[in-house]
Design a protein around this ligand. Sequence first.
Ligand code: DGT
Ligand code: CA
Ligand code: CA
Ligand code: ZN
Length: 584
Amino acid sequence: MASTRDVLDILDELAQLTTLKEESPQSFKVRAYENAKQAIQADGRDITQLSTTELTKIKGIGKSTAGKIREFMDTGQVEKLEALRAEFPPPVVELSRIPGVGPKTLSLMRKELGIADLEDLKQAIADEKLRDLRGLGKKAEEKIATAIERLGLSGKDRRRPIGDALPLAQKLVAELLSHGVVERAEYCGSLRRMSETIGDVDITVASADGPAVMAIVRNQSAVHEVILSGDTKTSFLTREGMQVDVRVVAAEQFGAATLYFTGSKAHNIAMRQRALDRGLLLNEYGLLRKPEEDDEEASELEVVAALDEVSIYAALDMAFVPPVMRENTGEVEASIANELPDLVQLTHIRGDLHYHTDRSGDGRSSVEDMIAEAAGRGYEYLAITDHGEDLAMNGSSAEEMLEHREHIIEAAKAHPKMTVLWGCELNIGAKGGLDYDADFRAQFDYTVASVHSHYDQSVREQTERLVAAISDPTVNSIGHLTGRYIGRRPGIEIDVDVVLEALFQFDKALEVNGALQRLDAASDVVRKAVDRGVKLVINTDSHHTSELGRMEYGVKTAQRGWAPRELVVNTWPKKKFLNWIGHS
Ligand code: DGT
Ligand code: CA
Ligand code: CA
Ligand code: ZN
């Protein structure tokens, strides 16, 4: 059964492939799919329950797109999409994601050089052939070569961005749990640890009927090719070539299995050593005790703990280690000493401080809806930070911002318990300059300053530019530190220690951006920031009412960086927070 989510995925893919086909993201056909997607999100109803007539009545959905949605719900396929998929197989689509490879370049590469995948492209670069394509040249060729290098796209052990793997795993787990034969199901591995890139997806299922679960797995729409399928393990590839391993265990071993398959391998090895030191065995079946040598009756291992992870840590006299910390970077010792940090939790968050409305060119929900959504989550405060004027197309002039303030104040009246701040996302210029003039900037209740341009300067220039912004008295926080899109666009390269020192000295907060494609600052930077005592702020950077759930990923990234609650300014009580930003 198709869900609204499936329909949105299909529209996404149609827009993406049509961009390649039409050689332009501005094509009206692409826009039709994108508008339909936004319209469905804004409509909020379960799309699968609507007739074609009802569909076309939704503003933003054209007749042709409505027909495709209907076709998908009736047949599970869209003919047009199948044709596009055949013309643009996954290795080609992947090429289009390399910075510098636009749809036009991609088309030329294919037609004139016969490039069909990454290996071909690398060969063409090595042969210096790419530079001869119309509109390219030596510099463009070098840029593409550097992008391939920096994105880690080369090599056999290619890894996927977490933003591609997590939605897939969530969908599979939800589907598995909807079957009565499945008692428990959880994604494990690097995904559960919130690694930024994922080698493969590992899912652990508790069930008494392995073969039944395996049959369910093989029937998933995500399955493109089954690599192996036994009674307790199935491995398959998705259409994009991502591998998924699903294992079935007995319910009473579920804790031991998730502990083992969550890893990391280094954490597992340290845990096994802890067990051995106490005369115990630890494996994916449980924490086990060998029978006494002189006990002739007992030949079986005695199970000390296996049902859940908590009981296994407890039996080893350890505090529970959250999955995101299991990298053997000090957490095992800290857990034994009962000195794990008092980690920030999702429930501690009292406000979102990087938040857009349709005042921004790329914002897609109204001021009223965005405020209502935040209030609905029980937030005590909220900063609306639409883009400053320097951002091409999406920014707002000073005059527009002043009108926006009135609009925000008016809309906030419907939610008197929540304090709504009039903020701005300032753009950090090439040399650290910011939008508007300093007097105007000073009027904002709160600001987040971010890099949205000039990704290719030297480390020194990037560091200086950030320090200039951090030292500006009208800046409260730094948004998505490097501007990276994981696996798609490398962020700016900076001297992290220098930037953290400046944040500490000027008492500014470092954002942990929860958008899955960003997760920026990254967890390793967060950990350094925590060591230096730099304040943090965890935000969603929402551009639509459907995006507030990203807070969870921001929190997990912060936890992975060992962030304690007290350093995260948006866990603070309202008074303390407003006091810190100098707002009365
Ligand atoms: P990935 O898939 O490369 O992003 O990283 P993981 O951590 O998901 O690694 P994966 O899929 O190879 O294995 C899943 C978990 O299984 C891993 O985190 C720990 C456990 N594991 C795998 N191989 C070993 C091993 O040789 N020894 C131990 N102790 N555990 C292992
Ligand atoms: Ca894995
Ligand atoms: Ca695996
Ligand atoms: Zn933003």
